[in-house]
Design a binder for this molecule. Structure first.
Ligand code: GTB
Length: 217
């Protein structure tokens, strides 16, 4: 059965592959699993039909037969567990790869999202200039720690895994990407991820949605 995911009908990222369907598309491309995409509007995401799939009214979702899933990390883990290619066979290495998935989505992503939300919501506030360096510092702390761990390795723990997929995806977010010039090994790590044929296919697929919507408007 071909799984169906949801993605923005009109992504605010203008086709830059920053919305969270990108990780799911990339994972499906890595394992060679074809998929369908149902595009949803912001209004439709808040309707009962979508809320039954995603209680928070967000994308992405994943449906395959009787299984409906939400949360991009859980979907990537599901894909990685059911297909070879994204998790090591060795049980300990597999556990470590899953730890890196959590590290990406929680430990590294959290200060990045906080900085992005601050810039979006509080740019006009009198405390903006004073607080921004504090939030920058928190992102930099995580990037420094991650850069130290990665060192000159290609990937975080041996072969490319779902942990790398999610970590690269998180580092592509503007609040991290804008700082990567100071972290050459992380910049190279992201570039290695983006050079993977599966990443390119996923990126093109989401960009095609933006291009088609732009052409029609
Ligand atoms: N934890 C959930 C997951 O990982 O699946 C988070 C899902 C989520 O944040 N979805 C966002 C959404 O549906 C889209 S990706 N938002 C609509 C809503 O909440 O009403 C977040 C996102 C949006 C836009 C950009 N951008 O423009 O650059 C980047 C990322």
């Amino acid at each position: 059965m071909t799984p169906t995911i949801t993605a923005f009908e009109s992504s605010p990222d203008r086709g830059r592959g920053l919305a969270r369907d990108m990780a799911v598309r990339w994972a499906l491309e890595e394992v060679g699993q074809p998929y369908d995409v149902r595009l949803v509007s912001f209004a439709a995401m808040k309707q009962p039909a979508h809320l039954a799939l995603q209680p928070f009214g967000q994308i992405p979702t994943y449906e395959d037969g009787d299984l409906a899933l939400f949360e991009s990390g859980a979907i990537v883990l599901h894909v990685a567990e059911r297909h070879p290619g994204l998790l090591p066979d060795d049980a300990d290495a597999r556990a470590r790869a899953i730890a890196w998935m959590f590290a990406a989505l929680v430990t590294v992503q959290q200060p990045i999202v906080e900085r992005e939300a601050f810039i979006l919501m509080e740019r006009d506030k009198p405390w903006f200039a004073e607080r921004l360096p504090i939030l920058d510092g928190r992102v930099r702390d995580r990037l420094t720690q991650l850069a130290n761990r990665l060192g000159d390795a290609d990937w975080l723990d041996g072969a490319f895994s779902a942990g790398d997929l999610l970590m690269v995806n998180v580092l592509r977010r503007p609040a991290a990407a804008s700082l990567l010039g100071d972290y050459p090994n992380l910049a190279a790590y992201v570039a290695r991820g983006e050079a993977r044929p599966a990443f390119k296919r996923a990126f093109e697929a989401q960009h095609a949605v933006f291009a088609a919507a732009s052409a029609g408007s």
